[in-house]
Every structure is written in C-alpha cells, then in structure tokens.
Design a protein around this ligand. Structure first.
Ligand code: SF4
Ligand code: FES
Length: 249
C-alpha cells in the first residue's frame, strides 16, 4: 500500500517509504507490512512519521510512546534491523529510502509495534532496585549518606537506564532462554552493588548467581551497542562477575 503524507507540509525536502509491521496475535498467523510514502525534513523522527500515518491514514496502528524525548523508555522498536528509540531516531540519520519498523525482539507482541514489558519489569524488580540500608539508619534525621566524586563515578552511568528494553531486545541469550534475567536487570544489579551507600550486595549477588542469571551471559556485547543512554550493561556484567569471583570487593 503506497500513500503520500504531509509531515511538515510545505517544507518537504525528501521522501521515504515507511514500512510498518502489522500483527495481531489474536487473529493473525504472521506479520505483514503496510507501506506509506512520506515526506520528511532532516529533523523528522521515526515516531513523528508513525504518528503522521496514524493521523492521516490508519489510526489503528499500535505504537507505545509518551515523552518524545528519550526519557520515558516507551517507544523502543526495531528500526531498519536494529533496536532503537523511535523518538530519538531521525529518518535522515538512517540514510535509507526505506525505513522498516517492527516490534522489539524478545518481547511478546501486544499488537503491531507495541510489546509487553512485564518480563522486563519483573526482572528489574527481582534485583531489588533501591538502596538497602538498616531501617534505623534511613529513618534517622541525623545521618547523611555522602559520596565522593569517585564513588559516584563507579555507578552513575548505570543510573541513566530508562528501562526501554533495547538491550534485552538485542541480546542473543534472551532469544534462546526465556528465563534469562537479561542485561537490563544485571546492569541495574551492578548499579546498586557499586553504590557506596548500599548494603545489599550479598543478597543481590545471590539472586543473580543462577543458571538463568549472570552465568548465562556469553558476552556478545550487543546490549551495550544499542543502549540510547550510554549505559554499558556488558561492562556491568563483567564487574559483577568480579565481585562474585572475589576480584572486587
Ligand atoms: S541499559 Fe540502556 S538499553 Fe537497556 S533498558 Fe537501560 S537504557 Fe534501555
Ligand atoms: S517516547 Fe519516551 S523514550 Fe521515546
């Protein structure tokens, strides 16, 4: 199906074919693609193009988004074969006349581009994503939990995770082990273990010391390549192994 749209009408510089995967697991046996010919500016994002299709041609296209500024982690999808945030990917940067959008791999599909996040949230919750301290220390008004710049540096890049799931989508182990905890949760386990204010290291290391936990990772490194926030889950996983093997304390 080819149609012409009006992204940034009057300022058009180039055109692109947007191919959108359509699939409803309730009644479709396989994915099909709908094609739209769109005009775009150099700043037009993939998400804006999808929303243009929804507005002008087919409002039933299912896509999840919220912030439109790479903050909420909602709009992850496969764009020209790679997991990316649709709101953070400009059509112009793809340098292609055809842009294909599909749902993220390793997530159950709700419909079209929208996937279920339950597994990601469950694994994130499993590693206890909060500072663990003695209750009396936390409730005391007298105590401050100060950190040096060096202590902050140990974990701060990992605190930038927006739970978009792109790393889990890129991970080959996620594709073959439906119980694997995944790079997102492991990176967050490291984020708290490396935080000098936290006292929950032993309990977290116990949680990930499992046949579907940290040892399942075979260090493909694809998680770190796709992270839109500069988090390096593969490095966090290696550091966690250092704690477990006694090389770090
Ligand atoms: S580590 Fe990066 S890719 Fe993975 S969920 Fe967090 S922000 Fe997304
Ligand atoms: S819409 Fe929030 S990250 Fe893209």
């Amino acid at each position: 199906m080819a149609q012409v749209s009006s992204v940034a009408e009057g300022k058009t510089t180039k055109s692109v074919t947007l191919r959108i995967a359509r699939y409803n697991p309730k009644h479709d046996s396989k994915k099909q693609f709908m094609e739209f010919n769109l005009q775009y500016e150099r700043w037009t994002t993939v998400l804006e193009a999808i929303l243009d299709v929804k507005k002008h041609f087919d409002h039933s296209v299912a896509v999840r988004y919220s912030c439109r500024q790479a903050t909420c982690g909602s709009c992850g999808m496969i764009i020209n074969g790679k997991p990316r945030l649709a709101c953070f990917t400009k059509i112009s940067e793809l340098e292609s006349d055809v842009v294909t959008v599909e749902p993220m791999n390793n997530f159950p599909i709700i419909r079209d581009l929208a996937v279920k996040f339950e597994r990601l949230f469950d694994t994130h919750h499993k590693i206890k994503p909060y500072l663990i301290r003695d209750d009396s220390e936390i409730t005391s008004n007298e105590k401050e939990f100060l950190q040096s710049p060096e202590e902050l540096e140990n974990y701060i890049q990992f605190a930038n995770c927006i739970k978009c799931g792109l790393c889990n989508s890129a991970c080959p182990t996620m594709a073959t082990d439906s119980s694997f905890i995944g790079p997102q949760a492991l990176a967050q386990a490291y984020r708290y273990v490396a935080d000098s204010r936290d006292k929950g290291k032993d309990s977290r290391l116990k949680i990930i010391d499992d046949s579907h936990g940290i040892w399942r990772c075979h260090f493909a490194g694809s998680c770190s390549q796709v992270c839109p926030k500069g988090v390096d889950p593969a490095m966090g996983i290696q550091f966690l192994r250092g704690y477990m093997l006694g090389f770090r304390s």
